[in-house]
Write a protein that binds this ligand. Structure first.
Ligand code: C5P
Length: 268
């Protein structure tokens, strides 16, 4: 059987409201999620005698190559051994769903390879896996298991990560209020900048308390039309009027902060 190459685009929460907490400790979310056209990991997947995972690329360091990796667990959930080469171009523990996007990409690749649908529960792998399986603009709710496609404008963005790992459970623990208003009603013509500006990321303040450099990132993006954190951080995004404005902002940020991960991308 052939090797299948798939991409795992970065997931960006353009808005993320925390609306409650379940008895099992998981939080109820209401989030507008989009995906980066130009920032992704890459995976090559082929059938194998035994499970195998090779990780390379600029962010390979520290990525497990066994069952601790969500890719591995996704293949096991699909139910067939495969050999996976994962090229990590996205920072991890970064609020852009890297591990979840990789797991969803493995499931997509295996569906094509084995010509059958994945019938398991993607949410059991991780709260962001269902939306990453859809991999297009969506409203995500529940603890992440409820996903509905949503019309959204395409945004020209700069993504910035200062290189600090922010563990998601720590950020949720530092949250002051767990009962916040859900997203406002979606505009009839699809999500636009004005609507986004009126929403929030409820995890931004607690993440900034865990990692103050996030405030520095947001400050560095203050020339953007909207600057906000994604997920539980630390990656922040700035939205710009068009592609050239985003590219120019990315160039300026790379010069000023050579140790940060900075990339311009269309979000859709
Ligand atoms: O499901 P995932 O592995 O991405 O979640 C990581 C951690 O984030 C969970 O162990 C939990 O502490 C927290 N979390 C949460 N509510 C969610 C999603 C994640 O409290 N809806």
């Amino acid at each position: 059987m052939p090797t299948i190459r798939v991409v795992a685009p970065a997931k960006i929460n353009l808005a993320l409201h925390v609306t409650g907490k379940r008895a099992d400790g998981y939080h109820l979310l209401d989030s507008h999620v989009v995906f980066a056209r130009d920032a992704h990991d890459t995976l090559e997947v082929c059938p194998a005698q035994d499970m195998e995972l090779i990780v390379d690329g600029p962010f390979a360091d520290g990525v497990p190559t066994d069952a601790r990796n969500l890719c591995w667990r996704a293949a096991e959930a699909f139910g067939a051994p495969v050999s996976i080469r994962l090229t990590k171009a996205l920072p991890h523990a970064a609020g852009i769903g890297g591990g979840s996007a990789d797991a969803a990409a493995v499931l997509r690749a295996m569906e094509a390879l084995f010509e059958r649908r994945f019938t398991g529960d993607a949410a059991l792998l991780g709260a962001d896996v269902p939306v990453c399986l859809l991999s297009r603009s969506a409203r995500m709710s529940g603890i992440g298991e409820i996903v509905a496609p949503v019309k959204s404008a395409e945004f020209h963005a700069v993504l910035v990560n200062p290189g600090v790992d922010v563990p998601t459970p720590n950020v949720f623990r530092a949250l002051a209020s767990r009962q916040n208003a859900p997203l406002a009603d979606l505009p009839d013509d699809g999500v636009d900048l004005a609507w986004l500006k009126a929403q929030r990321n409820d995890l931004q303040a607690p993440a900034m308390a865990c990692a103050p450099v996030i405030a520095t990132c947001l400050d560095a993006l203050k020339d953007a039309e909207l600057a906000r954190m994604s997920g539980s951080g630390a990656t922040c995004f700035g939205l710009y009027s068009d592609g050239p404005a985003a590219s120019a902002a990315a160039e300026r940020l790379r010069t000023r902060h050579p140790n940060w991960w900075v990339t311009a991308s269309v979000l859709r």
